[in-house]
Design a protein around this ligand. Structure first.
Ligand SMILES: *Cc1c(COP(=O)(O)O)cnc(C)c1O
Length: 457
């Protein structure tokens, strides 16, 4: 394509985007005033835009991509599935691709999690977990256990049930009248401790606050919903070691289920296949999505134990059935991609290769820690949050209207990396396939973008 043709195509797409699209989590008035970056292709760790520019995909196309883009093995698996069938239903029928995918998934999740309920988004996986936990207790004759506990700052998706257990005021407050009541406990956010204490002298007082909710509501709590190890969307809030184990103990002591939402942390992001492994914890229900297909297609799963599964068994007229399902549940194309991605993780020894990459990224982030306007750098595996502050001494935040994180992201684009902020937190969440050199490059771009932007705002 000539430069002229390329530019004409870009302009035409730009105009059509502005005429028809409504982008998620986006102030469209700002959007309509700016030229969009239009992704046209992917190539390994790179995104390529309509003008032919290449960028490192520094947030894995919203925390999904694992092996890079256009991976021959996954491309082939999807093509082969297309050659058989694109979609058939799991309501009353089985399908080859969903069976193989469930088997592959059951082999990599923590031991004891054996039953896979498919859906198509993180939010639906969470909705399913909530209803499954609730109905489980009902079916066991424990009808009083109907309430949920979650953490402030939690993010579990944007459907109303998932928003009910969510705890991010900016996203969720508007919808408060539509939500069911949930007990929200303080989040373990050591840099800005909600209890004004300091780790480790605090002996994890915030975990005691979680237990207090259970103690005050004996026999009432159905489940605790938790993003283990790292709360992602609130700004990469890393939990102190031992926190997830404490949550498991609290649930056990009080007869409640532990739902671990690993939609973000699953599939190697924190350095182990699942984050809960780092604490030797097995949840009663695990939700996965984002990385499951290697970042190819929408697929999610709610994975649980035989114990919970068995609560739902009974004769037809007992009506113990789990009356829930999404039309595209277990879509064969998505399942084929997931099976191929999980196989590739094993064949390429992706998890085994992570410690060196995590260490390289950590070293490359050291200079950012020293910057005048960086309050804290939080890293768990290849999930990183760099919290920008107006003043390191007082931890004063940049005003919302300044869009400090957004400005850093725009600057990073000029240096060749796509990243995305969460408020004043600059997020790095690269595909696991990035080389050590590419990780160092990404950290360097983030550092210089932060330095340049914070010098002028
Ligand atoms: C992204 C995310 C979700 C929601 O997933 P969707 O596919 O966007 O619905 C749920 N939980 C966590 C922890 C997430 O990061």
């Amino acid at each position: 394509m000539t430069d002229e043709a390329r530019l004409a195509r870009h302009r035409r797409l730009w105009e059509a985007d502005h005429r028809h699209l409504w982008h998620p989590f986006t102030q469209m008035q700002d959007w309509l005033g700016e030229e969009p970056l239009i992704v046209d292709a992917g190539d390994g760790p790179y995104l390529v835009d309509t003008l032919g520019n290449r960028y490192l995909d520094g947030v894995s196309s919203l925390w999904c991509n694992v092996h890079g883009h256009r991976v021959p093995e996954i491309d082939d698996a999807v093509r082969a599935q297309l050659g058989r069938i694109a979609h058939s239903t799991l309501l009353g029928l089985a399908s080859t691709a969903s069976i193989e995918c469930a088997e592959a998934l059951a082999a990599v999740v923590p031991r004891g999690l054996t039953r896979v309920f498919f859906s198509d988004a993180g939010a639906t996986a969470v909705e399913i977990a909530l209803k499954m936990a609730y109905q489980h207790h009902q079916l066991r004759g424990d009808a009083g256990r109907s309430e949920f506990v979650a953490l402030r700052g939690g993010y579990h998706g944007d459907t109303i049930g998932a928003v009910s257990v969510g705890g991010i005021d900016l996203f969720h407050r508007m919808f408060a009248p539509l939500l069911f009541p949930v007990h929200h406990a303080p989040q373990p956010y050591c840099y800005r401790c909600p209890l004004a204490k300091e780790w480790p002298g605090c002996a994890m007082a915030c975990a005691d606050e979680v237990e207090k909710v259970f103690a005050e509501r004996p026999g009432k709590i159905a489940a605790l919903v938790l993003e283990p190890v790292m709360q992602g969307a609130d700004g990469m809030i890393a939990q102190p070691p031992g926190y997830v184990r404490r949550m498991r103990e609290i649930c056990d002591r009080h007869g409640a289920l532990l739902v671990c939402d690993e939609v973000a942390t699953g599939f190697g992001r924190t350095g182990t296949m699942f984050a809960v492994e780092q604490e030797g914890v097995v949840p009663d229900i695990l939700t996965v999505a984002k990385g499951i297909t290697g970042g190819y297609l929408p697929l999610a799963a709610t994975v649980t134990t035989e114990r919970i599964f068995e609560s739902f068994l009974g004769p037809y007229d007992s009506k113990r059935t789990f009356f829930h399902g999404h039309t595209y549940a277990g879509n064969p194309l998505a399942c084929a991609a997931a099976t191929a991605s999980i196989r590739l993780m094993r064949e390429r020894k992706v998890i085994e290769g992570l410690p060196a990459k995590i260490a390289a990224l950590g070293r490359a982030l050291e200079p950012a820690r020293a910057l005048e306007h960086v309050g804290e750098v939080r890293q768990r595996g290849l999930m990183v949050g760099i919290e920008l502050v107006r003043d390191r001494g007082t931890k004063e935040e940049y005003a919302y209207a300044l869009r400090a994180g957004h400005r850093v992201v725009l600057e990073a684009r000029r240096h060749g990396a796509i990243i995305r902020p969460l408020g004043n937190v600059v997020v790095l969440m690269p595909p696991l396939a990035l080389s050590e050199g590419q990780l160092v490059e990404l950290a360097g771009i983030a550092r210089s973008a932060i330095e340049q932007v914070t010098a002028r705002i």
